[in-house]
Design a protein around this ligand. Structure first.
Ligand code: F0G
Length: 463
């Protein structure tokens, strides 16, 4: 029976109350926070859609594993559980736990990159971009053309532009390309999936030119579910079979386990078979993250991650998970709200320049919409547009995003259909009153990853 909303495949036995505040109070909160969503106190947020990272609800099995976790410094049991899971799920020989995704980047990227090198991607996430730049290398994003047209539907808007990839390798010289990185799903263009065909072709190009191929695996399970439901030839395969094939084309992965592995904290570097690379990774892990078998995590974190890795690739869980995002996306689409369409796995990405038509890109329409959603409904999302792009590291010019996205993430196993219906109503209200909201200017910023701590001022009255 087709269902408009795929029911939660769980029942709830512990609840966390949320508090609705007044509009007046929220305006004060915004002023105190310098209009920065990261600076709001989470207690003042009604529906928190800032991220799907580390915000998922743990299962009873994860809590049980945490209670019996091994907290030894050397050789703790959790390490071997993670290693076994990586060998089993991805078919990779080596695994190095670290404390989160950006720790993978900090440890792995200097093994492949350095001054004078380039890293090419379907799109680097902000921290990923930051860690490329911090090695002295330069990041090149080559998202496919379809990703730049929010209202034109395409099944795999997360793909890399293969023609540009090969042309860029030839232009810069293969010996200067330190890695090709595929972000699956592609967060920066709307949580959009990458097709198996695109992964396979990228793997072939990497092999042809002898360039290491790395997967940014934060949302690899959602990506596999999209392949199952959208790509010809995969409908009868299980998510686990699809995951194995996805990773067979790459040499290594960098995974924030806070997303599809449903951990509150954790990351994993996976290396398929390159012994030299894992040796370098281990060398960098000990001084930066801690001893190899705990990698900056408590035994409890590792235990929850080892269980979450399996819960996150369950076909029924993914049908509900991706179904929830699709439900909200379709509802907004029917309301005529401009957004990256069809929606991806982890979030709704509103096309803020199309909603806030009066705000030019350099006055950050996605930030303006994020502020409006918090003001009117206590909903916290965030800018994945020009504000979240750092300035060009060489020219220091403000970079312009292809699309000014306001991202509203769905935490895993946290909110229900009623919450999503409320969110849709608040978005509609803000879109209908768009002309009332001003743009923003930056008053304080840092050179790298500025959006986390930026301070802003409205360029008009927030009524
Ligand atoms: N790669 C991708 C694709 C990500 O989305 C993130 C984090 C990271 C790497 C870094 O992982 O947070 O564990 O250090 N994304 C979060 C987000 C923060 O909100 O999308 P981390």
């Amino acid at each position: 029976m087709p269902m408009k909303y795929i029911m939660e495949p769980f029942r709830i036995k512990m609840v966390e109350p949320i508090k609705k505040t007044t509009r007046e109070y929220r305006l004060e909160c915004l002023k105190k926070a310098g209009y920065n969503m990261f600076s709001l106190h989470s207690e003042d947020v009604y529906i928190d859609m800032q991220t799907d990272s580390g915000t998922g609800a743990n299962s009873q099995f994860q809590y049980a594993a945490m209670m019996t976790a091994d907290e030894s410094y050397g050789g703790a049991r959790g390490y071997y559980q993670v290693l076994n899971a990586v060998q089993d799920i991805f078919g990779y020989t080596y695994a190095q736990p670290v404390h989160q995704g950006r720790a993978c980047e900090k440890v792995l990227f200097p093994c492949l990159l350095g001054p004078g090198k380039y890293a090419i991607s379907n799109h680097f996430f902000d921290t990923t971009n930051g860690h490329v730049v911090m090695t002295g290398a330069r990041a090149i994003n080559l998202p496919c053309e379809e990703s730049k047209h929010a209202d034109v539907p395409a099944p795999f808007k997360g793909n890399i532009d293969l023609e540009k990839l090969e042309a860029t390798i030839q232009e810069k010289g293969a010996e200067n390309i330190g890695m090709i990185l595929m972000t699956i799903t592609n967060n920066s263009v709307g949580g959009q999936p990458v097709s198996m065909a695109n992964l396979r072709a990228t793997g072939a190009i990497a092999k042809k030119y002898g360039i290491p191929f790395v997967i940014d695996a934060a949302r690899y399970a959602e990506n596999a579910y999209f392949i199952k439901t959208r790509e010809e030839g995969y409908a009868d395969k299980t998510v686990r079979e699809i995951v194995k094939e996805e990773f067979s084309y790459a040499d290594a992965f960098s995974m924030s386990a806070k997303k599809d592995a449903i951990a509150s904290m954790g990351g994993i570097i996976g290396v398929k078979e390159n012994e030299d690379l894992i040796k370098q990774v281990r060398l960098k892990t000990i001084p930066n993250e801690g001893f190899l078998t705990y990698g900056g995590l408590s035994g409890r974190d590792i235990a929850a991650m080892a269980v979450g890795l399996y819960e996150g690739i369950d076909d029924d869980f993914l049908a509900y998970r991706v179904g929830q995002t699709q439900y909200l996306g379709e509802k907004l689409h029917e309301m005529g709200i401009p957004l990256q369409y069809p929606v991806g796995g982890n979030a709704i990405y509103l096309d803020s320049a199309a909603i806030m038509k009066h705000i030019p890109w350099y006055e950050f329409p996605a930030q303006a919409l994020s502020v409006a959603l918090y003001l009117e409904g206590g909903i916290r999302g965030g800018d994945i547009g020009s504000l979240s792009l750092d300035r060009d590291p060489d020219t220091h010019e403000q970079q312009r995003a292809d699309i000014e996205f306001c991202r509203l993430c769905l935490a895993r196993r946290v909110y229900t259909q009623a919450h999503l219906d409320y969110v849709a109503d608040v978005i509609k209200y803000c879109a209908d009153h768009a002309a009332d909201y001003p743009g923003y200017k930056i008053t304080e910023e840092t050179p790298v990853l500025r959006h986390f701590t930026v301070k802003l001022e409205p360029l008009g009255e927030v009524k």
